[in-house]
Design a binder for this molecule. Structure first.
Ligand SMILES: [Zn+2]
Length: 309
């Protein structure tokens, strides 16, 4: 389907605690969809991975604006739940939960995702989830598909993901990828082969009424972004097409986590133009929680503005 019919109103964001501050769950309406954004966990990235070709001095200066330093770039992992009529749709599944620390890129990490706990808090039963959309196969997005004891966490769900993502990670093309990535995929994705699996084909595909996948490859070969649209409201979920607002403002600053920088840049431009044209509300997985904002343009440069809450 085409993208032009989408028009925008600003969804209203409601905080769900008496104090008005909740750092783990944010609720909003997108037309008829009830939307919850969950903070699965907080992570810390390093500039040497996040910004591999930025001038060091310029980067240190630019990061100050975002409360970061080259040694400490705070970043959440998130998941989104959409509810409408009898559908409960989960977008990405968090890092999952592991008792023991996991070593990645030379450092030891505690991966104790809170998504399942937070779903419980909101009285959402994982067996009632009807659809799970996986935007790409990195650990922070797929880790919650199976439990630590290898049980499928969403037994009734249909699982949507791009066929190119499946193909890449299940072929020798991905043999040079970190062992940790392969481990997470074996544990959480490969076993879905005999389950209710929908491998997406094509560039723009409506998965569920009101939820359209838009190809956003480069970060990985089959990454998708999502447009959630209902009535006159819409939300663009950009997953990891941008890992930091500075990747919007300095479109040529590359990250180690992108597999193909040229394709990643083209996807970035496509999503920025899409969001800017309709002044869409945008949700970014790795930006300050809940990662909501809008795209503007100033003297030829794209600008990210966090949505006031
Ligand atoms: Zn990610």
């Amino acid at each position: 389907m085409g993208l032009s019919p989408f028009l925008l109103n600003s969804p209203i964001i409601t905080l769900n605690t008496a104090s008005g501050i909740n750092t783990e769950v944010v609720k909003l309406k997108i037309g008829a969809f009830d939307c919850m954004i969950f903070q699965d966990m907080q992570f810390k990235y390093m500039a040497k991975d996040f910004f591999i070709n930025a001038d060091a001095e310029e980067l240190t200066e630019a990061l100050k604006e975002y409360n970061g330093t080259p040694e400490n770039i705070p970043s959440p992992f998130i998941a989104i739940l959409l509810q409408h009529e009898d559908r409960k749709i989960l977008i990405d599944t968090g890092i999952g939960f592991s008792e023991k620390p996991i070593v990645f890129r030379g450092a030891s990490h505690e991966f104790k995702g809170r998504l399942h706990y937070l779903l419980q808090q909101e009285n959402i039963r994982t067996e009632d989830i009807t659809d799970v959309i996986i935007t790409h196969f990195h650990p922070d997005h797929i880790g919650g598909v199976y439990s630590a004891d290898a049980q499928l966490n969403f037994p009734a769900a249909r699982f949507h993901m791009h066929g190119d993502e499946w193909q890449y990670w299940h072929s020798s093309q991905s043999d040079n990828q970190p062992a940790l990535f392969k481990f997470f995929i074996e544990k959480n994705i490969t076993k879905l082969k005999n389950k209710n699996l929908h491998l997406i084909k094509g560039d723009i595909v409506e998965l569920i009424p009101g939820i359209t996948a838009v190809r956003a490859d480069g970060h990985t070969p089959g990454q998708i972004a999502l447009i959630i649209h209902s009535g006159r409201e819409q939300l663009l979920y950009i997953s990891d097409a941008f890992l930091h607002p500075l990747h919007i403002e300095r479109i040529d600053w590359q990250t180690n986590y992108d597999l193909d920088h040229q394709k990643a840049k083209l996807s970035r431009i496509k999503l920025l133009e899409l969001a800017y044209k309709d002044n869409m509300l945008v949700n970014a997985f790795h930006f300050d929680f809940p990662g909501l904002g809008r795209i503007d343009k100033r003297s030829g440069t794209w600008v990210w503005n966090y949505e006031e809450r």
